[in-house]
Write a protein that binds this ligand. Structure first.
Ligand code: TA6
Length: 286
């Protein structure tokens, strides 16, 4: 495990262990890439990702917290909350017996963040970096009143070609189609892509699998403590407008975000703790 200065002067933690390689920026405790050995990188990072204060890194696994999407009441507040653009500190580094590493991070709160979110809710993120990748986002409520939390691990996965993959695991799930005025629809069969896609799958607690014939691999996403899953690909025009995608970069990625993003936001009672846990594994192509 090596600590080095990153592209924006922020710290970066680099891990190279018996099972995998990874890099995490301290801005946002933002996992930027993860590659199990002998595998193509599983997590996608835009070659045009921008690194700077207040700017979310395009790719990896951004932490969306303590709200998802635009703020319900204040249009000036940052989309997807502030955790992903704030500094975090490392609170734990362990080498595990199976050759992987466990890292712990804590969000550093400030006047700026209390102005956006006036609650005492310490936030920690734990990762186990190995042949699988586990992440657990832990929110404590140290305040006197219940808090309502929106959140997502907004993971970008590398794929061979968005037009050739399918995502299994949502058959029959209701979803909000954000490309069709938020209309509620029902998924039939696997999710496939031929246009900008931005959906919140509700009541989606089962594993899902990204099936990628081009890379001959299946990426399994397991989760606990998350009731919705956001599936997103910006397609050409939106990717161009966002400005931190390479030309045609959208073809090589898909977001599958384990979330509590809609009417499944989480209420944490005073003294309570909420955990959102995910595990990403690559399955052989049989
Ligand atoms: O998760 C999907 C989404 O909410 C899209 O609507 C799009 O806004 C995407 O997140 C990226 O958001 P960002 O703030 O990271 O550019």
């Amino acid at each position: 495990v090596v600590f080095r200065e990153g592209p924006n002067g922020q710290g970066v933690v680099e891990i190279s262990n018996a099972r995998a390689m990874a890099a995490i920026a301290l801005q946002g405790a933002h996992l930027m890439n993860w590659a199990p050995h002998r595998e193509e990188p599983v997590v996608w990072l835009s070659p045009k990702a921008k690194f700077g204060p207040g700017k979310a890194i395009r790719g990896g696994v951004p932490v969306c917290w303590p709200w998802f999407g635009p703020h319900a009441g204040e249009a000036s507040f940052p989309a997807h909350g502030f955790a992903r653009t704030q500094p975090w500190e490392v609170i734990d580094v362990q080498a595990l017996e199976d050759g992987s590493n466990r890292l712990g991070f804590r969000l550093i709160r400030s006047e700026e963040t209390y102005a956006l979110w006036p609650h005492s809710t310490p936030l920690e993120l734990y990762m186990i970096i190995g042949a699988a990748l586990e992440m657990e986002l832990v929110t404590h409520n140290d305040g006197p009143a219940p808090v309502i939390l929106g959140e997502a691990l907004h993971a970008y996965f590398q794929v061979s070609d968005i037009g050739r993959i399918a995502i299994q695991g949502f058959d029959g799930c209701p979803y909000i189609d954000r490309m069709d005025h938020g209309r509620r629809k029902q998924q039939k069969g696997p999710v496939i892509f031929d246009r900008e896609t931005d959906r919140i799958y509700l009541e989606s607690t089962a594993d899902c699998v990204i099936v990628d014939p081009g890379l001959q691999r299946r990426i399994r996403i397991a989760k606990r403590g998350s009731r919705s899953t956001v599936v997103w690909n910006p397609w050409a025009a939106k990717a161009e407008a966002l400005g931190d995608f390479e030309r045609d970069g959208y073809l090589g990625m898909v977001c599958v975000e384990s979330a509590n993003a809609a009417d499944d936001r989480v209420t944490i009672a005073p003294g309570g703790t909420h955990r959102l846990w995910v595990r990403y594994t690559v399955e052989p192509w049989d």
